[in-house]
Design a protein around this ligand. Structure first.
Ligand code: GLN
Length: 380
């Protein structure tokens, strides 16, 4: 068997969810809502299941969904996206894989920011590339031009930007986006932009994609997720967006990963994207759950880092007076307090990982959040 996988640890999300299942713990680790999907989305799915074909849809996605995705971004982010540039994938994780396989050749270096979602680097390595991590520092996790310039070499081919950023819940500023676009155009880099949290922002500002910056349309792969927009993570409907010529190449990678995505789910997502009230109801709801988690934790004396986006908020253990590193906290809290969390250092490669921060998921009923906070407060 391939040593790369034989020696690879289980992803932290499955590890913590497995512990939560086995121990009957409240799972604030892996991000997923407990609420049922919006009724209009379920209606669309029931209709598609009854009325539409259950056979292979087109490899690049249903044309109706590709057009709906283009309309969604025209409406919400003022982006002019050609439907031919949209490839429907089986979740954003598959979009990340297809993008990396389609962009990275052996020996290419790819810039990443730490902390980073754990799927990027293993796939870059599997493609023969070399991940080069640039650390972001708490509490603001800001992008530092000097560090980026220092990491660039003649082999640098691409940059991965996750904005809004999981696990921190922070945003790239307009100045950050302008700077990153300058870096990409000056060094002829492709930007792989994981924007799955674009609809889960609480700052009142619409999401701005790196794709919209000058010079970026032809060199950006923008990745999105119906699972995150509608809170249906198990549907595994995602997409990648690129200039049509680039999308055609990335589709060659996609065709041998999953080939297609279940058509009834694609129809339901297309209907959902055309009803702005559904996505709005979802993000309004998550603004409530985010406040409930942040306020409850603060009330119980936990020091929380600000979260402007995503389903997550972070606790600063050191500032909370908890003398445990993040992995020890997560392993003990799930067993003893019966609350699962994600240690931030599990999403960090390279030296100097912060070891005093854990991530909690807030998109849960308030009563469950209260119970989890109480259990953590009694145990700490
Ligand atoms: N994106 C999810 C999270 O950060 C995890 C998804 C997964 O486990 N594949 O919690």
């Amino acid at each position: 068997l391939a040593p790369v996988y034989r020696d690879m640890p289980l992803t932290v999300f499955e590890h913590m969810s497995g512990l939560a299942r086995d121990l009957g713990a409240i799972n604030l680790g892996q991000g997923f809502p407990d609420d049922p999907p919006h009724p209009a989305l379920l209606n669309a799915l029931a209709h598609a299941t009854a009325e539409k074909s259950h056979q292979y849809p087109p490899m690049a996605g249903l044309p109706e969904l590709r057009r709906a995705i283009a309309r969604f971004y025209a409406r919400t982010q003022h982006l002019a996206i050609a439907p031919e540039g949209v490839i429907v994938t089986s979740g954003a994780t598959e979009a990340i894989a297809a993008a990396i396989l389609g962009v990275v050749s052996p020996g290419d270096e790819v810039l990443l920011f730490a902390p980073a979602y754990d799927a990027y680097a293993p796939m870059i390595r599997r493609a023969g590339g070399v991940p080069v991590f640039i650390p972001l520092r708490p509490p603001h996790w800001g992008y530092d031009r000097t560090a980026i310039d220092a990491a660039i070499t003649p082999r640098t081919r691409a940059l991965v930007l996750n904005d809004p950023l999981n696990p921190t819940g922070t945003l790239a500023s307009p100045a950050d986006l302008a700077m990153l676009a300058q870096v990409c155009t000056a060094h002829d880099l492709i930007a792989i932009c994981d924007e799955v949290w674009e609809n889960v922002r609480f700052d009142g500002n619409p999401h701005a994609s790196l794709l919209a910056q000058p010079g970026m349309a032809a060199r950006t792969v923008k990745i999105g997720s119906a699972g995150k927009i509608f809170g249906v993570t198990g549907w595994k409907v995602g997409w990648l967006i690129a200039a049509p010529e680039m999308a055609a190449v990335l589709a060659r990678a996609h065709q041998f990963l999953t080939f297609t995505t279940p058509p009834m789910l694609q129809w339901a997502v297309a209907a959902g994207l055309d009803q702005p009230a559904i996505a709005q109801a979802c993000s309004d709801r998550w603004a409530q759950t985010r406040s409930a988690l942040l306020e409850g934790l603060s009330r119980e004396g936990f020091a929380v880092l600000d979260s402007a986006a995503t389903w997550f908020a972070c606790i600063d253990l050191a500032a909370s007076g908890i003398p445990l590193d993040d992995r020890t906290f997560a392993e003990q809290a799930v067993r003893e307090a019966r609350v699962a969390s994600i240690p931030l250092s599990a999403l960090w490669e390279g030296p100097d990982a912060p070891r005093h921060i854990v991530r909690l998921c807030h998109c849960k009923p308030e009563a469950l959040l209260e119970q989890a906070i109480t259990q953590l407060a009694r145990w700490r």
